[in-house]
Ligand binder design. Structure first.
Ligand code: AMP
Length: 299
């Protein structure tokens, strides 16, 4: 596995791969790799001969009061796990390599990034879209693998690639969970034992939302209230938001029909966790068929 420290070397290596007919798969990460990341890398390795994994804790997507400094970092372990999962190239830049002196550009996807995580973390998605634009530019023509775990991010990145004709085909991959339903996340490492025991409440809230929809509830606010009540039954889990949204616009529709995405975010002590789940309204048309031409695909 080649370890690449700069955008220029990475772009050159990916050009060389394509020149000999190898497909490029890109998996952007912030490191602290877990089984969720590994599932993305393995999917990329199944579908592409060259697999580029980036490991970069991107300061641009962290707010001033967030955990950039304390974000878990273990490069030696990441390199070992990435290699074991089929990575052929790992891109590990330092901040200076990504944002050299004089860097002045910012890429923004309007509207899709405004609510939910965007509202809770002002500037977060501008940081994500800026770094992803750089990664797509250096990877070149590729398939790019993102987790549904960060569903709003996935839809923002789909829109970005579509709107700017970036040379990446964005592929959403299912969320990997612990046996008790907790979605794997590098931030789970921050949880105290008591918080860890309570954390599956997010998943249970999503399941409660699905149950309400399957029982015929079509009012987004009432589904959100069911989810909020489930979270509220565990005092150490403090709800940030619960919502039932259209998977493409990420806004609650007047009435739920077709495909629905349930979103939840909550704080446990100093840790903020997010999760989501897709479901279909019984008897409704699939959202996929309702997607406007050129719009990001619903997953
Ligand atoms: P991160 O390192 O948190 O920026 O995540 C890198 C990529 O891994 C993103 O596309 C995430 O959506 C994805 N990811 C994170 N957690 C999971 C998970 N539990 N299951 C599947 N993908 C995940």
């Amino acid at each position: 596995m080649a370890v690449l420290p700069t955008p220029a070397e990475t772009a050159k290596a990916m050009d060389a791969e394509r020149l000999i007919g190898r497909r490029v798969g890109l998996v952007p990460t912030m490191g602290a790799l877990h089984a969720g990341h590994i599932s993305l890398i393995e999917r990329a390795a199944d579908e592409c001969e060259a697999v580029l994994v980036s490991v970069f804790v991107n300061p641009l997507q962290f707010g001033a009061a967030e955990d950039f400094g304390g974000y878990p970092r273990d490069l030696a372990r990441d390199i070992r796990l990435a290699a074991g999962a089929g990575t052929t190239h790992v891109f590990i830049p330092d901040v200076e390599a990504m944002y050299p002196d004089g860097f002045l550009s910012l890429v923004r996807v309007h509207e899709l990034g405004d609510d939910w995580e965007g509202a809770a973390r002002p500037g977060h998605f501008d940081g994500v879209t800026t770094v992803v634009t750089k990664l797509f530019s250096m990877a070149g023509r590729c398939r790019a693998y993102f987790g549904e775990k960060d569903f709003q991010q996935l839809q923002v990145v789909r829109r970005l690639a579509n709107d700017l004709c970036l040379p990446a085909e964005v592929i959403g991959c299912p969320t990997v969970r612990e046996p008790d339903g907790l979605a794997l996340s590098s931030r789970n490492a921050y949880l105290t034992p008591a918080e860890r025991a309570a954390a599956p409440k997010l998943y249970r809230a999503l399941l409660a939302g699905v149950t309400a929809i399957e029982a015929g509830e079509t009012a987004p606010a009432r589904v959100a209230a069911v989810m909020a009540a489930e979270v509220g039954s565990e005092p150490i889990v403090r709800l940030s938001y619960a919502a039932a949204v259209d998977p493409v616009t990420l806004r609650p529709p007047a009435r739920l029909e077709g495909g629905v995405r349930l979103l939840v975010a909550a704080r446990l002590g100093r840790t903020r966790l997010i999760d989501n789940l897709g479901c279909a309204v019984p008897g409704g048309a699939r959202a996929r068929g309702q997607t406007a031409p050129g719009a990001p695909e619903a997953v």
